[in-house]
Design a binder for this molecule. Structure first.
Ligand code: GTP
Ligand code: SPV
Ligand code: MN
Length: 580
């Protein structure tokens, strides 16, 4: 079999170059997992927590988030990386990283992990191989991607040129020597110097978003930073919603939302990535992942009970605090007495009430398989995917953007996505709370020119028979004192209900130049603790603020250059004219 030979040659070259002590094809068999965990415990990389198969991993203190400034698109032509990515000449990248990888596995085991993204046996299915020296990465990949003997068999019969080849090395974890390089033309990923999630679990952002977005551009589909949920209405209608929010802006929480309204039911298909393809009667989506890599802080019985109970077994926690009885703890979980002692995320003995900063790292995470989740949809492993009825775009916007509004057509929907902005979070290194444009929540994840990406979204009108409706949502409006006006979390069901009713066509709207708003009486807001004045603010358009916003979007488009599609610029101009 030629395919096997090609991949084998690639592996042999890596072995010769990186010089591991041992090589192990890791398919996460029970025996392999047992040996891996035992080794990790001996090496201090994993600690058992109380409960059934719950584990703690503490990362290097400098290796706690994605590093956007060290993430590169190494396309042949600089133009293809576009104005928002860091481009590196592929030749230069290969020379530099070859130097770093040389002999870098000496004294280490090389895990060769054949994995699949998306359910097996359909048009969405993709294969990859990640080579890594990190047992933590091997363990995480076994939860976040499909790994096993069936995957290995299927991969061997796939076209080897379609198989994504990823090479990862922990290196010295030197914060000044970290590289996450993508080679879209050859479907390769080379990652050096970080073991953190998106930098090191190469099936996730590197494969399923940066490389997949390029494949999607080339073959007419979409690879997006979106959750997927299934909604059942009181009338028994099934709908599916995909939603793009930037990192740490609420995807996992919305994906696991539980309805407090009679007759409404929500199930989860995915919480981070959606692959969407034109199908016979619409846009069909799957979640390529096999697990959840969720933000721990803020997860509580009140905000997200589904996630909390999901993490009661078979879960790896990274950089959380630990109580004296061996339970994970993080800010926002449940209040502990101020003089309770806990180990903080770096293993230091601290008390809850000390003023030495957060006990769990703000970007501490839990890793659990999808099947742990009590509200997982029956369709989660369906290779055909589910038909998407609505797409939501939202970010952390303290002002201007209403709670929910509907785009009047696809172009305005694409404009919602393209003009998204959000305050930065701890999911990436750098300042937190700074408002920045993050188109479609893909700023750090689009593997090609963002202007071409907008154009690609616009072409969906030509290949999708029935397009989803598009909405903008904002759970993060603040008052003058910086307090959130909208209670969020469980209350978000009211926005979802309105969106669903717009999909079924059972409620009317108030039309404005920036989009369609709910009619106040259609938002019942049962049990929501909020004043009438606040609701008024969240469901109206402040023209003066929107004039400023429209100018800011126009300035952003100008900064991206000439190739922002004319349809979007024209649409923005007509909105501006209508606001006057
Ligand atoms: P990534 O995994 O980084 O892509 O993040 P995500 O988009 O899945 O975000 P997640 O749901 O994990 O939420 C991130 C943070 O935002 C957590 O601390 C949540 O508690 C908080 N959050 C989520 N939803 C809401 C909401 O509706 N309102 C408010 N105020 N905070 C929220
Ligand atoms: C994000 O940052 O959007 C995440 C976590 O989902 S990571 O896997 O690190 O990208
Ligand atoms: Mn994410």
């Amino acid at each position: 079999m030629l395919g096997v030979e090609l991949l084998d040659r690639w592996l042999q070259e890596i072995i010769t170059h990186c010089q591991p002590d041992n090589t192990e094809v890791f398919i996460a068999s029970p025996e392999q997992l047992l040996i891996l965990k035992t080794r990790m415990i001996e090496d201090g990389l994993l600690e058992p927590l109380s409960g059934n198969e719950r584990w703690l991993h503490r990362s290097d203190s400098t290796d706690v988030a994605r590093m956007e400034h060290r993430t590169f698109i190494c396309s042949l032509h600089e133009r293809d990386a576009g104005p928002t990515n860091h481009w590196l000449d592929p030749q230069v990248a290969r020379e530099t990283l070859n130097g770093l990888f040389a002999g870098s596995f000496v004294g280490r085991t090389m895990y060769v992990i054949p994995y699949a993204m998306a359910p097996l046996g359909g048009v969405f299915t993709q294969f990859g191989i990640e080579v890594t020296d990190s047992p933590y990465v091997a363990l995480s990949m076994s939860m976040m991607t499909r790994v096993g003997p069936d995957v290995l068999d299927a991969l061997i019969s796939a076209d080897p040129l379609d198989v994504v080849r990823g090479m990862h090395c922990t290196g010295e974890l030197d914060p000044y020597n970290r590289w996450v390089c993508h080679f879209p033309e050859t479907r390769e990923i080379w990652s050096f110097g970080s073991n953190y999630g998106g930098n090191a679990l190469l099936g996730k952002k590197c494969h399923s978003l940066r490389l997949a977005s390029v494949m999607a551009r080339d073959t007419g589909w979409l690879a997006e930073h979106m959750l997927i949920i299934e909604l059942t209405t009181p009338a028994g209608e099934r709908q599916h919603i995909a939603a793009a929010f930037p990192s740490a802006c609420g995807k996992t929480n919305l994906a696991m939302l539980q309805s407090s309204l009679d007759g409404w039911d929500i199930r989860v298909l995915g919480d981070d990535i959606a692959w969407m393809r034109p199908g016979k009667d619409g846009l069909y989506a799957v979640n390529p992942e096999y697990g959840f890599f969720g933000v721990a802080p803020g997860t509580s019985e009140k905000t997200n009970p589904v996630a909390l109970s999901m993490t009661e077994r078979d879960t790896v926690f990274t950089n959380v605090a630990v109580t004296s009885d061996g339970n994970p703890w993080w800010e926002g979980m449940k209040p502990l007495d101020v003089d309770t002692s806990v180990l903080d995320w770096q293993g230091r003995s601290r008390t809850v009430g000390d003023c030495a900063g957060p006990l769990a790292h703000p970007n501490s995470r839990f890793t659990s398989p999808l099947t742990n989740c009590a509200t997982l949809s029956d369709s989660w492993n369906n290779p055909e995917g589910v038909r998407i009825d609505a797409i939501l775009f939202g970010g952390r916007r303290p002002t201007t953007i209403p709670l929910v509004m509907e785009a009047q057509d696809w172009t305005q929907g694409v404009l919602y996505g393209a003009s998204m902005a959000s305050q930065t979070t701890a999911a990436a290194t750098g300042a937190v709370g700074v408002l920045r444009r993050d188109p479609m929540a893909m700023l750090p994840f689009c593997g090609y020119n963002i202007c071409d990406y907008f154009g690609h979204w616009l072409t969906m009108t030509e290949c999708v028979p029935v397009l989803p409706k598009v909405f903008s949502v904002n759970w993060f409006r603040q008052d003058e004192s910086g307090k959130y006006i909208w209670p969020g979390f469980g209350a978000n069901i009211h926005a979802i209900k309105w969106i669903s009713e717009r999909v079924s066509g059972s409620v009317d709207v108030e039309t404005t130049p920036v989009g369609n708003l709910p009619i106040r009486s259609d938002l019942t807001l049962k049990d929501v603790d909020i004043s009438e004045a606040a609701i008024e603010l969240l469901t109206s358009v402040d023209k003066a603020a929107w004039m400023i916003e429209v100018d800011a979007i126009a300035a952003y488009f100008t900064s991206l250059g000439e190739t922002v599609p004319i349809e979007l610029r024209d649409r923005l101009d007509s909105i501006k004219a209508a606001l006057r």
